[in-house]
Design a protein around this ligand. Structure first.
Ligand SMILES: Nc1ncnc2c1ncn2[C@@H]1O[C@H](COP(=O)(O)OP(=O)(O)O)[C@@H](O)[C@H]1O
Ligand SMILES: [Mg+2]
Length: 284
């Protein structure tokens, strides 16, 4: 069963003179197994939208259903929330235990799992996020680097086996190797646990690399919703929205401008590299 948003509208400080409608009449269905990239310029409503998915925020009007569970119904909201693993932009707020292992164990323990099962999940989550157990299990979360912290926070979420993994700017502030590590973690998690991923990101390259569906928010409305090839190959439209196209799409556009016949659906580095390889060999 999917996540369904029905005419979701959210107004900050509703009723006051400062009222601001951040989400406007959003209809959206996210199906099982999808990897959705949610993009849009700062202030377009991305964080407001995803905080509705686990009931952290309640709509001003409209509905949010998680697997058919009405998230505005206090009696059942908890059941919907359990299916959503939410990673916030700043992992520092998510880490609090003495050691990395205890931190990761916190969620599964609260679910009432046996000690053996908790242990097993902690080890599995550390493997998936690429934190070596011998090195990291007994370290304080606060001794970790930015990328390691984010991976530890992700491990804590992964260990609860959420059906939906919702990530708000999971790579923000990381160096390139940290970014790659976190993105690979997300991909591995999805493959191994068969989850649905909804990822907010500023990096078009990261979204291009992983997402199968791209949703563009603009002033609290869904402006585009489609395949990455369709959304990312229109660099001019993205620019109008204050967004960049992925690096490969921009390079492909520049090559086309200079007379090289690059196909219009190339938007990832891998696809462009492959095209250039064929070009060099004289195969295109
Ligand atoms: N607590 C708040 N009170 C009033 N306006 C807010 C509040 N939080 C966010 N907003 C406004 O709502 C809009 C959407 O914000 P947000 O969802 O954080 O956007 P994004 O995550 O896309 O940058 C922005 O214009 C922002 O200024
Ligand atoms: Mg945000």
């Amino acid at each position: 069963m999917p996540i369904v948003l029905e005419k979701l509208t959210y107004t900050y400080q509703n009723g006051s003179i400062n009222a601001f409608t951040a989400l406007n009449d959003i209809d959206l269905t996210i199906n099982d197994g999808e990897f959705v990239g949610l993009i849009g310029h700062t202030g377009s409503g991305k964080s407001t939208l995803i905080q509705h998915l686990n009931g952290l925020m309640q709509p001003t009007s409209g509905k949010v259903y998680v697997d058919g569970i009405d998230m505005s119904d206090k009696k059942v909201r908890k059941l919907g929330r359990q299916r959503i693993g939410m990673a916030f932009q700043y992992p520092d707020y998510q880490l609090f235990a003495e050691t990395v292992a205890k931190d990761i164990a916190f969620g599964p323990k609260n679910m009432g799992l046996t000690d053996e099962e908790v242990d097993r999940r902690v080890r599995e989550a550390m493997r998936i996020v690429g934190l070596n157990e011998t090195v990291f299990a007994d370290k304080s979360p606060f001794e970790l680097s930015g990328g390691e912290k984010r991976r530890a926070a992700l491990a804590g979420i992964i260990a609860m086996y959420p059906k939906y993994l919702v990530l708000d700017e999971p790579m923000a502030g990381l160096d390139p190797s940290g970014r790659r590590g976190v993105l690979e973690t997300i991909e591995r998690f999805r493959e191994e646990l068969n989850s649905t991923v909804i990822m907010v990101s500023h990096s078009m390259d990261d979204v291009a690399k992983s997402a199968e569906r791209v949703i563009v928010l603009q002033d609290g409305r869904i402006y585009r919703d489609g395949a990455p090839a369709d959304v990312f190959c229109d660099a001019e439209e993205l620019n109008r929205l204050g967004l960049d196209a992925p690096f490969a799409a921009r390079l492909a556009a520049e090559l086309r401008r200079r007379g090289c016949n690059v196909p219009s659906d190339i938007y990832t580095n891998e696809a462009l590299a492959c095209f250039i390889e064929h070009l060099v060999k004289g195969e295109v």
